[in-house]
Design a protein around this ligand. Structure first.
Ligand code: FAD
Ligand code: DLZ
Ligand code: SF4
Length: 522
């Protein structure tokens, strides 16, 4: 097709790296004859914090596959590769360059998943000759307006209340006005660990072979980001829509039936267990959350998966995923600065390398290096817990998280890390800090059996750092948390310790804090 003016576009639709879906609001009323798509690989997004090589390859490969898919459908796509000699390296500068070149009447973008990116695009509009239109992100089940309506009506935000409201509003897992299976929540059935025999054979998530596009991206990442964390030799993530659907089918068939029961368990060298590994394709919009929920419910209705598994999976997506997104947009930008527990230590360097004698941390970080993935309980009750107990600055924990996980995008990482795991928002996302000693990790994993520390000991040669720091965390935050009734039992246990034991714990905690943070990376 030849256009009247070679590059002139009526509307220029900017598609960001986590918006790889041609059904998004930005494409509504798209006219293939008159409009064009703009996709930008920009150095700034890859380097504003060092990022895992798998994460970089995932975004760039996903973007290139999406570009090809819509070009095949006849869309005009201006795609700027990272290595393009004219690439100016940031969204603002590239948008300016392309608006100048294509002279659109309107620049259209779906709401970005990062407040920083949205602010940069809004700021860039001032120097453009066209209007900017930001459209709502429909890749969620509820709207932000709906979340605000929920939040405005309440003093405190409780996930369970929000989740039930979402079930009713969207008629998901409902039997009239009653929850399917007779309960709203089957959490009590979902806390099993594996016995001495271990988990047995669990089919790992489907592995996707790299194609020429992904191989090119991998080479580019190795060349330009050789110092980034992680490794790429085992890259096998889904990077296209058809692969995302195949990954969902694979989960539903092989892992969903046991997803609930062993949701909280952790096992050496088993990164995924019964988890789905669908967060990346969901967050990059290659998979719609409704598709994931519908597939799980269909498995329940066909008798292929029990209610505790299906309800557990639905709650993660319909409940938590929607809830944290609502909190993010309601509270930003101030949310990023919250630090309710005044935590002020830096993140230790071994959180990037795994070089530590704490076996649970070593295993979880090792897995991150290999796969840019850890499942929820490793994030919350090993790595997040360690940072919480040590007292690391919450925003630094979030930055570390953004740099190590393939699925991290600001809207989802920040409330989970700063809110749920570090309690920096003082109880907005979670009603109490997820503070626990090494005994919890011992109960839910096999890590302690191969560790030089003993999870039962808070002091002495073999004292587990988690256990020492747990008691220290309670002591140092006693005043701040004294009004939290859900912590009563934990403080009662602290009160049972005599003065000399408390002193010994404090001394050991102090030396741990300086030893463990002696070497930092960011
Ligand atoms: P599964 O265990 O199979 O769960 C199914 C899906 O539920 C996930 O794919 C995800 O889309 C959704 N989900 C579950 N829990 C949450 C949650 N708390 N918030 C949002 N979605 C949820 N998830 C991210 O997608 N990106 C992040 O950056 C991220 N950071 C986290 C940081 C911390 C400290 C914690 C505790 C959790 C974080 N989560 C994050 C949530 C959750 O841990 C991951 O979504 C999940 O581990 C991804 O693996 P999976 O796809 O195998 O999930
Ligand atoms: C994470 C990331 C990376 C590494 N690179 C790009 C990129 O080059 N172009 C792009 O459009 N998006 C990228 N992203 C995602 C952004 O950092 C950010 O998360 C999204 O723009 C938020 O919507
Ligand atoms: Fe982790 Fe402590 Fe168990 Fe070692 S003993 S694996 S440090 S919880």
């Amino acid at each position: 097709m030849t256009r009247a003016f070679e590059d002139k576009a009526r509307h220029l639709v900017l598609v960001l790296g986590d918006q790889l879906n041609a059904e998004t609001a930005a494409f509504q009323d798209f006219d293939k004859e008159a409009d064009a798509v703009l996709m930008l690989e920009v150095a700034k997004e890859a380097s504003y914090i060092p990022q895992h090589k798998i994460r970089l390859a995932l975004f760039f490969s996903g973007m290139r596959h999406f570009c090809q898919a819509i070009r095949d459908k006849g869309y005009t796509v201006h795609y700027v590769p990272l290595e393009d000699a004219n690439n100016r390296g940031s969204f603002a500068e590239e948008i300016g360059r392309w608006c100048h070149k294509t002279r659109p009447d309107k620049l259209i973008v779906t709401k970005p998943g990062d407040h920083r990116v949205e602010a940069a695009i809004v700021k860039a509009e001032r120097s453009l000759d066209c209007k900017l239109e930001i459209r709502a992100d429909r890749h969620f089940i509820g709207t932000l307006e709906d979340f605000d309506e929920f939040a405005d009506a309440r003093k405190t935000l409780i996930l369970e209340t929000f989740y039930r409201r979402m079930r009713r509003r969207h008629d998901i897992l409902m039997d009239g006005d009653k929850p399917v299976g007779g309960e709203w929540n089957f959490d009590k059935d979902n806390r099993e660990s594996f016995g001495a025999d271990g988990p047995g054979d669990i089919k790992a998530p489907r592995s996707f072979q790299t194609d020429d596009t992904t191989n090119e991206v991998i080479e580019m990442v190795e060349e330009h980001f050789s110092d980034s964390p992680g490794r790429l030799d085992a890259f096998d993530y889904p990077v296209a829509r058809s692969q995302a659907r195949a990954a969902l089918r694979d989960f539903i068939e092989h892992r969903l039936p046991n997803f609930g029961t062993y949701q909280d368990a952790m096992v050496t060298d088993q990164p995924y267990l019964y988890h789905s590994r669908l967060s990346c394709v969901l967050n990059l919009h290659l998979l719609d959350p409704r598709e994931a929920i519908d597939a799980a419910i269909a498995a329940y209705e066909a008798g292929d998966a029990p209610i505790n598994a299906v309800e557990g999976f639905v709650r993660q997506i319909l409940g938590w995923r929607e809830f944290v997104r609502g909190v993010y947009w309601r509270e930003m930008p101030d949310y990023a600065d919250l630090n309710a527990l005044d935590a002020d230590l830096p993140m230790p360097a071994f959180m990037w390398t795994g070089e530590t004698e704490m076996n649970c941390v070593k295993q979880s970080v090792g897995q991150l290096i290999d796969h840019a993935y850890a499942h929820h309980i490793q994030r919350l009750m090993v790595l997040g817990l360690f940072a919480l107990l040590l007292g690391v600055r919450p925003y630094d924990v979030h930055r570390w998280h953004m740099s190590m996980y393939a699925d991290a995008i600001d809207w989802v990482s920040l409330p989970n890390v700063l809110g749920m795991s570090q309690y920096a928002d003082g109880g907005l996302v979670g009603s109490k800090p997820y503070a626990a000693s090494g005994n919890y990790i011992n109960k839910m994993s096999d890590y302690c059996a191969d560790c030089r520390y003993n999870p039962k000991n808070a002091t002495g040669e073999e004292a587990c750092p988690f256990t020492t720091l747990y008691w220290d965390f309670l002591s140092r935050n006693r005043q701040r948390l004294r009004g939290n009734r859900r912590m009563g039992l934990q403080f009662n246990n602290l009160d049972r310790k005599d003065d000399s034991e408390r002193r010994a714990i404090r001394n050991r905690a102090d030396s741990l804090k300086s030893d463990l943070t002696a070497d930092t990376y960011l």
